[in-house]
Design a protein around this ligand. Structure first.
Ligand code: PGA
Length: 288
């Protein structure tokens, strides 16, 4: 039996109300807690729901049919700031998240990064640079949060224009991801304690996120192997879980998880649909 697969449900900027957030959380955690040999499950709601969901999680006012015991589901923030206090209006620190019982922070999601593609620059979401992402990672680890670092190339392989015309660009994609890892994980080792459990990598090719066009599972496995090899090498000496993300749903998740090197999935849009969530958890649990 292989190691447990890890599922991260990223709600992005949804749902619209606390009532809906509690209902979705309860349905997800009930399903995760009930499923035998369940896959590990992390839920990443918007900041504004974290406090309430943390209380639901410890069943202070939970209504889950599985009873009022502590849930095994963990909470993640979708972002975090690197400074610890005061004059940063609108930002949230790692210690604030820790205090709420949040265990993880997603850092460097493509919807927050500033991207430079082979064909020219384009920005997305929070306009975050690798330098900012590196600061966020170091501050989070120092505060005792676990980090889910998202990396991935912005342009679909096979669409890069070189001096020789359009080429299949797996090599370019690998270089892009290697470069991201090097910048994002700079000065990591002295801050990472204990070593592996505090860092998870999500490989999310930008072109597959929210598009309905997931990567070919074989290609995702190849990239994840590549990432693992980089992190296994002497500079890092790490063996973190590496997940795939990008248009994962109940129809395609098994094709990704059957690859032993893919340790789980980061699920976006499908995480807002309870039936999808149930199916995804059940499928992933069978593959543990
Ligand atoms: P998606 O999002 O599943 O909607 O493509 C993935 C993500 O949030 O990274």
């Amino acid at each position: 039996m292989s190691a447990k697969k890890l599922l991260i449900f990223n709600w992005k900027m949804a749902p619209d109300s606390l009532k809906e957030a509690i209902s979705l959380f309860e349905r997800t955690r009930t399903c995760a807690d009930k499923t035998r040999n369940h896959a590990e499950t992390i839920i990443a709601p918007p900041f504004v729901y974290l406090s309430n969901l943390s209380k639901v999680k410890s069943s202070l006012f939970g209504r889950s049919p599985v009873g009022r015991q502590k849930s095994k589901v963990a909470l993640a923030a979708q972002n975090v700031f690197w400074e610890d206090s005061v004059a940063y209006t609108g930002e949230i620190s790692a210690s604030m998240l820790k205090d709420l019982g949040v265990e993880y922070a997603i850092i460097g999601h493509s919807e927050r990064r500033k991207y430079l593609s082979a064909e020219g620059g384009f920005a997305s979401g929070g306009n975050e640079t690798d330098k900012m992402i590196n600061k966020k990672i170091l501050a989070s680890l120092k505060a005792g949060l676990k980090v889910i670092l998202c990396v991935g190339e912005p342009t679909q392989r096979g669409q890069t224009r070189t001096e020789r015309g359009l080429t299949r660009n797996i090599k370019w994609a690998k270089n892009y991801v290697k470069n991201q890892l090097e910048k994002d994980l700079k000065n990591l080792i002295q801050n990472l304690k204990p070593k592996t459990q505090n860092l998870i990598i999500a490989y999310e090719p930008l072109w597959s996120i929210g598009t309905g066009h997931s990567d070919a599972p074989q290609d995702a496995a190849e990239m994840i192997n590549f990432i693992k090899n980089i992190l296994k090498a002497k500079t890092y000496n790490l063996k973190p879980k590496v997940l795939y993300g990008g248009s994962v749903n109940s129809k395609n998740i098994a094709k990704f998880l059957k690859h032993p090197e893919i340790d789980g999935a980061l699920v976006g849009h499908a995480s807002l649909k309870p039936k999808e969530v149930k199916a995804i958890i059940e499928i992933a649990s069978k593959m543990c």
